[in-house]
Design a protein around this ligand. Structure first.
Ligand code: HSE
Length: 306
């Protein structure tokens, strides 16, 4: 293919208890990227709109992914990538991941589908490494696979797509304040008491079981994070008030989306998810912080050709 346009979805990573190992994509919120094959070698990046993101390929999240893929394939041509960045950087809904995974997905089409899904995730992780200093895969993996993606292992990379209940919806409140993933990782404790770890992995295991068996009640009980949330929530104004509002609206559970500041809540059915959006909005309407609200079904597909 000479020219293609793709959609790369926003993603929710961690899903409360599953830090760095679980995530899922949204249906309509995401970036749009256009790839044009050029006879001149190298990668050119063009950002649409007013973005402060670097356009030098080596410093751009999509750029590093594209360069690595061109180099691996010794392609002999170059690519121009135009990025319509609709997900705000530092939002907690996988902004860098959409650029990185979108680049991996789009470049693979330009190159003639020479790489498999695992390789695409590995390439996309290079973008995450550039963005946050850590090559975490819990945003890029679901951005490519669609549905819930579980990173069973990083070395070697082993990603498993997990089926999820049909009626599962997410509501996301995105306060317009920027929290850099690199900053919100720096504050985390490097070691854990065994007792804490036991409680957390109990929840992760039951969350996966709940997804498989469509046990909404168990899913709700499993959305508990006793390790990361208590530390990162201090960066998110009215975090616990939003959580309470989501709970009162009947959601299954809620937590920090990725590294924040977005807050997500999962619901059974669109009606509850929409009700939660209203309730969460009301909390933030008391502040002078601007915010966005997204309500979405869990997307079964990740990046897609437009
Ligand atoms: N697992 C990553 C983190 C996700 O929480 O730092 C970042 O979106």
């Amino acid at each position: 293919m000479e020219k293609i346009k793709i959609f790369a979805p926003a993603t929710v990573a961690n899903v409360s208890c599953a830090f760095d190992v679980l995530g899922f994509p949204l249906q309509e919120t995401g970036d749009v990227m256009t790839f044009l094959k050029t006879s001149e070698t190298g990668v050119k990046i063009r950002m649409l709109g007013n973005s402060n993101l670097p356009t030098e390929a080596e410093r751009n999240v999509a750029g590093v992914v594209a360069l690595a893929m061109l180099e691996r394939k010794s392609s002999g041509f170059g690519v121009e990538i135009e990025i319509d960045k609709r997900i705000k950087p530092g939002s907690g809904i996988g902004s860098s991941a959409a650029s990185a995974a979108g680049a991996a997905f789009g470049m693979n089409l330009i190159l003639g589908e020479v790489f498999n899904q695992n390789e695409l995730i590995e390439f996309a992780m290079l973008g995450e490494k550039l963005a946050s200093g850590v090559a975490h895969a819990d945003n890029v993996a679901p951005c490519i696979t669609g549905g819930f993606a579980l990173v069973r292992s990083y070395e070697p990379l082993d990603v498993i797509r997990i089926e999820s209940p049909d009626e599962l919806y997410v509501t996301i409140l995105h306060p317009q304040i920027e929290v850099k993933t690199s900053d919100s990782r720096r504050v985390l404790k490097k070691e854990l008491p065994l007792k804490t770890a036991v409680k957390q992995w109990g929840n992760i295991a039951s969350l996966i079981s709940a997804l498989h068996t469509s046990d909404y009640e168990l899913l709700g009980r499993s959305l508990e994070d006793i390790i990361i949330e208590p530390i990162r929530s201090v960066f998110i104004p009215l975090f616990y008030e939003v959580k309470q509002a989501a709970k009162d609206a009947g959601t299954l559970g809620s937590g920090i989306s990725g590294s924040g500041p977005s807050i997500f809540a999962l619901s059974k059915g669109l009606e509850t998810a929409t009700k939660a959006a209203e309730a969460m909005k009301k909390v933030y309407a008391q502040t002078d912080i601007e915010f966005d609200i997204h309500v979405s079904k869990i997307a079964a597909t990740g990046c897609r050709l437009l």
